[in-house]
Design a protein around this ligand. Structure first.
Ligand code: ZN
Length: 222
């Protein structure tokens, strides 16, 4: 596993790694492609800090647990504690903006869903959240107008805009903070646009967030 620490504008950030709070089905087109109904309130789940891995020329996936899907998501590094916060407080707590892969063991997830069981094993396993470095919030314009792109082996697989989120960032953070206190060093993943699919060893991925973040890696076996 690659050693991971938070980087902001290329500088290592001396904060403990925290939890990763994720939202499912935050883009209608992605909910549709997996035949999921649109949620009436945000679907939340958590990955532990042990899910973090740097996207650092390699993306490490398990290869003996069925299909492992990529989901490319805008991620937010939190710099302040938030509990039952307002949208203004949420806005002031976003330190950095990055890109993460919400790796998902799709076969295991389907089996768990079919049996009405929690998804943890499929979403929270070791290395399930490869992440880029972060760009300071002050260098990012409108959080609801960022283009998320993923190329797999040179082909555009995901091409979505954060304007299509069902729950925009600030109301989403306020909602999350009603259930889970966000702490400095926590990350929030804001959901994936459509176009998710399986990864195979040897795939070459390139991820982009507008013109702010470009990172790439080759898929290797854990
Ligand atoms: Zn996701």
């Amino acid at each position: 596993m690659h050693r991971y620490s938070h980087f902001v504008d290329g500088k290592e950030w001396d904060l403990p790694l925290g939890k990763i709070v994720c939202v499912g089905r935050n883009y209608a087109a992605h909910a549709r492609e997996l035949n999921n109904p649109l949620p009436t309130s945000p679907v939340l789940f958590i990955k532990p800090s042990t899910a973090l891995a740097a996207i650092d020329n390699e993306i490490i996936i398990p290869t003996d647990l069925g299909e492992c899907h990529f989901e490319t998501e805008m991620s937010l590094l939190m710099g302040k504690k938030l509990t039952n916060c307002s949208e203004d407080e949420a806005a002031a707590a976003i330190t950095g903006v990055g890109l993460s892969l919400d790796l998902t063991l799709r076969d295991i997830q389907q089996d768990l869903k079919d049996n009405g069981l929690p998804w943890e094993k499929s979403k929270a396993f070791n290395g399930a959240c490869p992440s880029s470095g972060f760009v300071s919030r002050i260098h990012v314009g409108d959080l609801q107008n960022q283009q998320i792109r993923l190329y797999k082996n040179g082909q555009l697989q995901q091409d979505g805009n954060t304007s299509d989120m069902l729950n925009p960032v600030l109301p989403l953070l306020a909602y999350i903070s009603q259930f889970f206190t966000l702490l400095p060093g926590d990350i929030v993943l804001t959901g994936t646009p459509a176009g998710v699919g399986p990864l195979q060893v040897g795939d070459k991925l390139a991820l982009e967030l507008s013109d702010l973040i470009h990172c790439k890696g080759e898929v290797v076996s854990a």
